[in-house]
Design a protein around this ligand. Structure first.
Ligand SMILES: [Zn+2]
Length: 170
């Protein structure tokens, strides 16, 4: 197809500038900005309580190890070891379940969240994130500038794990 056959609508769409300063000279995709060292919202929340499964495993391993010994010797160190391991396992069991649930939810939603994240544009001048027209996630208005936390929430919401955002969760 020659140039002459191109219709106007075939031209690459023009980049829509920042909703605040109305310019695109400082605009760049969120992914590119992160690559340049900008600290911006991520696709998924950081790992949390990752120590729990390891401690639970240690506790379980200790129980398995000391239980047979208890049949033969009921000296204080063995009993103490058994109790400590059992206590460790009980203490970390709930957190371990939470860690696995959290990992699974993030794994399931991460690609949907990433799709929204990938469409975010940062205006480095105004430090807001916005979407190109037609790429806004549901609930975000046309040319609506978002603060980082708002963008974060939209990304997590797309992934179905908005309740895992920052504070107070488990
Ligand atoms: Zn701007």
């Amino acid at each position: 197809m020659g140039i002459s056959e191109l219709e106007p609508q075939d031209a690459p769409p023009e980049l829509v500038g920042c909703p605040i300063c109305r310019r695109a000279d400082k605009a760049q995709p969120v992914s590119a900005a992160v690559g340049k060292g900008w600290r911006l919202p991520t696709v998924a929340p950081a790992a949390k309580y990752e120590w729990a499964p390891l401690l639970a495993l240690l506790g379980a391993g200790g129980l398995v190890h000391t239980a047979p010994e208890l049949l033969h010797e009921t000296d204080t160190p063995t009993v103490f070891q058994f109790v400590v391991c059992g206590w460790l396992m009980l203490l970390t069991a709930r957190k371990t379940v939470a860690v696995f649930k959290r990992r699974k939810r993030i794994r399931l939603g991460e690609s949907d969240a990433g799709a929204v994240w990938n469409e975010g544009w940062l205006c480095a001048r105004c430090e807001v994130i916005y979407f190109q027209p037609g790429y806004e996630p549901r609930g975000v208005g046309l040319h609506q500038p978002l603060q980082y936390e708002e963008f974060q929430l939209e990304v997590y919401r797309a992934g179905g794990y908005e309740d895992l955002a920052d504070k107070g969760e488990d």
